[in-house]
Write a new protein. Structure first.
Length: 451
């Protein structure tokens, strides 16, 4: 993209003769610096901590069940309670992110979650543990809402897609950490596993506060131009002179959620909520029951777990490949291409009769579906202007959490009511086809400024 095009998109011109750029033009011309790699590492670990916290209880479930002397149904409620807090929390964190700022929201989300989780490790009863996890989910989902928004607002324009897609690969690191901690301590030490997770979250909140700048895009939006210059200097990028703005001063800046469903944002919001829900429905509907489904197809339980491990490995490679592709070919083409190939592999997975084809199709499905998911995480924040970006992304996170919550239950009902395996898989994978069609309505954002 040329600098002139970048200036036109932002609506802010470079100051004539001064050699000092507007904030958008600065990001359009900027190159990656060591500070960007530092920012990327800190937020990548933060996202990994998030995944770790979401998954860890599943790996120590037997210890929780025995320690609190609860039933299997109560154990399921303990595991699911985190999501019960996340669903309403996602919608409430959107306005907080847009009003409080990106760094502060990231820090408070992790910090508050860490303290709640530390307290939950001491919960003497089932009821108190569930209550603590609901509150913890409410706090933790703020990081989901803000982390991709924050990272993209710190990256040079040409590197946003690649960087944000790589950030999504932190999920795999979190999975490994969760497995390692649970394996090292064991299910009987479940209180220690929970406490370590809470401590890790709290410590990383302080790391974010000490090492990362606030988003210059957000600072300019709320009128803190001097702080925006300081943030750009910390990132070793050109300083800016922000032109006079026509927006409301920060103390009077009240953005209604209705704006997300009016004008050009209406189609974007509806489409991205549908895609976010359907992607999570397809992914979690399959992954949460994959070992059981494979056993029903004649595979041993140990073989099914190895199968899941291979899927995780190929999914990681899918993230990495999609990160490179989206930086060269844009969000829309890569997302639709990966999703179309995921549909092809899903069809083979559903209909094949041989173990070899089953392995190949499953690994291909993991590769392309997770690659598409990584691109989607990079694409959504770019669909909204800075003033409502947090609220726009929160709609997608809300939809994702709903899809995550309902998919395992619905698939469980299908299995329990003796719906055939092929029919169950068709219902799961049909969501990918609908997602592909809806994505055609979402505009390309590669190379465009965020403001």
């Amino acid at each position: 993209m040329t600098t002139e095009k970048a200036d036109d998109l932002s609506g802010k011109k470079a100051v004539a003769g001064s050699g000092v750029l507007s904030v958008d033009a600065s990001f359009a011309r900027a190159k990656l610096t060591p500070q960007h790699f530092k920012v990327g590492f800190v937020l990548w670990v933060a996202f990994a901590v998030e995944a770790w916290e979401m998954l860890q209880l599943a790996y120590i479930a037997s210890g929780v069940e025995a320690g609190l002397q609860i039933t299997a149904a109560q154990l399921g409620l303990v595991i699911s309670s985190l999501f019960f807090g996340m669903i309403p929390g996602a919608l409430l964190w959107g306005p907080i992110v847009d009003r409080l700022g990106r760094r502060a929201s990231c820090m408070w989300s992790l910090g508050i979650y860490g303290l709640i989780t530390l307290a939950s490790s001491l919960a003497p009863t089932f009821e108190l543990l569930v209550a603590a996890r609901v509150a913890g989910g409410f706090a933790l989902v703020g990081l989901f809402v803000v982390v991709f928004v924050y990272f993209e607002e710190l990256l040079p324009t040409r590197h946003r897609g690649t960087g944000a897609t790589l950030l999504a690969s932190g999920w795999m690191l979190g999975t490994v950490i969760a497995l390692a901690v649970a394996g090292a301590i064991g299910a009987d030490g479940w209180r220690w596993v929970i406490a370590i997770g809470g401590l890790g979250s709290s410590v990383w909140a302080f790391v974010i506060r000490a090492s990362l700048p606030e988003s210059p895009c957000w600072l300019v939006q709320v009128g803190r131009d001097d702080d925006a210059r300081a943030a750009l200097r910390q990132l070793r990028m050109p300083e800016v002179v922000c032109p006079a703005r026509q927006d409301t001063p920060v103390q009077d800046l009240k953005v209604s959620a209705k704006e997300l469903f009016t004008g050009r944002l209406l189609r974007r919001s509806v489409a991205q909520m549908a895609i976010s829900l359907l992607l999570c429905w397809a992914y979690w509907g399959l992954q949460s029951w994959l070992p059981t489904l494979l056993v029903n197809r004649g595979m041993t339980w140990s073989g099914s777990l190895w199968f899941v491990f291979m899927n995780t490995l190929f999914g990681t490679v899918g993230y990495l490949s999609a990160a490179w592709m989206t930086g060269h070919f844009g969000r829309k083409r890569v997302f639709i291409s990966y999703l179309a190939l995921a549909v092809v592999n899903a069809a083979i997975f559903t209909t094949t009769e041989t173990s070899t084809c089953l392995y190949i199709a499953s690994c291909g499905l993991a590769f392309f579906s997770l690659g598409a998911f990584g691109v989607w995480n990079a694409w959504v924040p770019e669909l909204y202007p800075t003033r409502v970006r947090g609220q726009g992304v929160s709609l997608g996170i809300f939809s994702q959490r709903v899809g995550t919550a309902i998919a395992p239950s619905v698939v469980g009902v299908l299995i329990a009511t003796s719906v055939s395996l092929s029919a169950t898989l068709i219902i799961i994978h049909a969501a990918l086809i609908v997602t592909l069609l809806v994505a055609l309505a979402v505009p390309e954002t590669e190379g465009r400024n965020l403001s």
